[in-house]
Each structure stands twice: as C-alpha cells, then as structure tokens.
Design a protein around this ligand. Structure first.
Ligand SMILES: [Zn+2]
Length: 342
C-alpha cells in the first residue's frame, strides 16, 4: 500500500474529544483503569473518524498525549518539569509554553511511550489502513529544555536525547510498527539560521538503527502551537542539505503557505517520496474535493503520482474536530478523483 499512487496519510495528532480534555482537568480523580478506558475510547473515536474518511495511513491521533503529565518530558529523569509559562495572558503563541530545567543526567528508562501507543492502536484499528507511529526527534524535543551545566546549548541537549529517541524507534520496529515518523518541525523552523548539515547528521545518527527496517518519514513544518506558526516559513534554506535525510518520505507544509516553493518537491521526489500538505489545519475554511483535486494536480506537475502522498499540513490537534473530519473526507475524495484519471 505504501506504493499506492497519491497515498492519503496524516501527520500524527488529531483533535481530542471534548470529554477527554475534561478528563485532563480531573486526572487526580482517575484510577489507572479509568485512564486506560478513556484512552481506549478516545483512540477508538480518532480511528473511526480516520477510517470513515477512507485514509490509507492512520495514527492513534496522539490521544494519549492530552495531558502535560502524560507527555514525553514527564518520562525523562534529570528534568524538573516547569508548568508555568513565562507569559500567561494575551494572544496564544509559542512563548506561552513552559520550559523544563535540567537537574541531572537526562534519560528515559521507561521509554517515551510510543510503543504502548502503537500497541493500543493496533488493538483498536480495523485491518486495512496502514498504522503509523510518530516520535518527536531530539532537536525538536530539546527546544523545551533550558540548556545548562553539562548540556550548555541546544545541540548538547539534543545529543543527550538521541539515545532515548533511538531506543524508542528500535522498540517500535521490534513491536511490528512498519510506518514510523520522526517529527522534526524545529529543524525546519530553524534551518534558516542553523548549520543544515549538522541538523541532517543529528537526524541520521538518531534513525540509523531503523533505516531499512521500516518505512521512515519525517514531518517538517513551521509550527502549529495554538494554530500559530513560529518561523520564517521558507523551505529553500533546507535544501539541498535535507535531501540527505535518511528517510523514505519527507512531509512538507504547503496549503497554509499557498503552495509557495511547490517546485521544491520535484527535487525531493528524485530521492524519496514526498508527502504534501494539501489541507490547511490553521483555517476553518473547509477545503472541497475540487480544491484538493486542483492542489494534487499542481503537485503532479512536479512529481509522479507513485512518489506523491497527500496529508494535512500538520497534525490536526489544533483544528476543531468537526472541521478536521470534513477536511479529511474532502482530501480523500479529491485524491480518489485524481487517481481515477491516472
Ligand atoms: Zn507540524
């Protein structure tokens, strides 16, 4: 199925049901069985929406990451978790996310939780769609940790996280996960001012043990916290360096950028599959199947259909659920119409 022309896929996250967010406010009142039941039900809802839309590749919607205490950072030893953000009022933006202090050697002896998420997804998903797991890469994870002591800068923090991410990837593949994404949106956000060869080297060393053992992708966007971008939204500074990323599929955000720099996907497709964001997750405008068809045809001016996948620009977690559902349905229908003409 991964050779399917114009494969329909998603980036990891999906909106939480309202009641799951309510659960997050009452975590102290839930026992472990209550929590697991809530997660089962939430993943079932996310899977149902994706399967109904008709996607070729689905995820668990990252429903288990609905609370700060269930996030990756709480699984690290050597971190003191900072709940309070530096700015608490005013318009939502990335500067309202708290950062964590290093208080010891960084390690994640219990893993990052993605394996358990994948196993839950496999239990609940019907046969048919491919199942994808997402793990954030070390450079992106490092962005919310304050460098200090033995870890003097972001690079040093990222290096310290490589082993934990790598271990999670190896265990995911061992558990039977065939489609894995290592999300590194911070690499795309800061490529314009960082050493791109160094970013690629960090990524490739992280994924090295699973290259060739699964279908590996990465997601490169420009930020979507509270539906806000966080960077100079240009892909040009990443290339050609990022063509060396050791992945089978590169995912790029295009819809919210009005398909600026679309011609770049031709160069990507010469090396690997390219997944193009054809759905704007930041807008409540509901793309129609005709919109999607037109966008896919614009992509096909640059890449052959067997090298192209389509997806939303980013995870759908910041999009209202009713809109997310409608957008996925339009995306799949638009792709189906183009496929029918191939
Ligand atoms: Zn993203």
């Amino acid at each position: 199925m991964l050779q399917e022309p114009i494969r329909t896929t998603v980036v990891g996250s999906y909106p939480f049901p309202g009641w799951l967010e309510l659960c997050g406010l009452h975590l102290d009142e839930l026992g472990p069985d209550d929590l697991e039941e809530a997660l089962h039900d939430a993943v079932t809802a996310a899977v149902t929406d994706q399967v109904r839309a008709g996607l070729d590749v689905i995820t668990d919607g990252e429903q288990g990451r609905f609370d700060f205490n269930l996030s990756f950072y709480a699984r690290f030893e050597g971190l003191e978790l900072e709940r309070e953000s530096p700015r608490r009022f005013g318009p939502p933006a990335h500067d309202q996310r708290g950062r964590h202090e290093i208080v010891g050697q960084l390690s994640a002896p219990r893993g990052l939780g993605a394996v358990e998420e994948f196993e839950r997804l496999r239990e609940l998903a019907p046969s048919g769609p491919m199942l994808k797991a997402s793990v954030p890469g070390p450079y992106t994870l490092a962005g919310r940790i304050v460098p200090s002591g033995a870890y003097p800068d972001r690079w040093a923090v990222a290096e310290a996280l490589v082993a934990s991410v790598q271990d999670e990837l190896v265990r995911l593949v061992a558990a039977g996960c065939a489609v894995v994404t290592v999300d590194e949106p911070s690499m795309s956000c800061y490529a314009y001012r960082e050493d791109t060869a160094r970013l690629v080297d960090l990524f490739n060393r992280t994924v090295a043990p699973v290259v060739g053992r699964c279908y590996l992708g990465t997601h490169l966007c420009f930020g979507n916290y509270k539906g806000r971008a966080a960077s100079k939204r240009r892909y040009a500074p990443m290339f050609p360096a990022f063509l060396e990323l050791a992945v089978d599929e590169l995912h790029l955000e295009m819809a919210s950028r009005e398909f600026s720099e679309l011609e770049l996907i031709g160069g990507v497709a010469a090396e690997k599959h390219v997944a193009v964001g054809v759905i704007d997750v930041k807008s409540t405008y509901l793309e129609t199947p005709e919109d999607v068809e037109e966008r896919i045809r614009a992509c096909l001016d640059h890449v052959p259909p067997e090298k192209l996948a389509v997806a939303p620009d980013c995870g759908l977690s910041q999009t209202a659920r009713w809109a997310a559902r409608a957008k996925l349905e339009a995306m799949v229908e638009g792709a189906r119409r183009v496929r029918a003409t191939l």
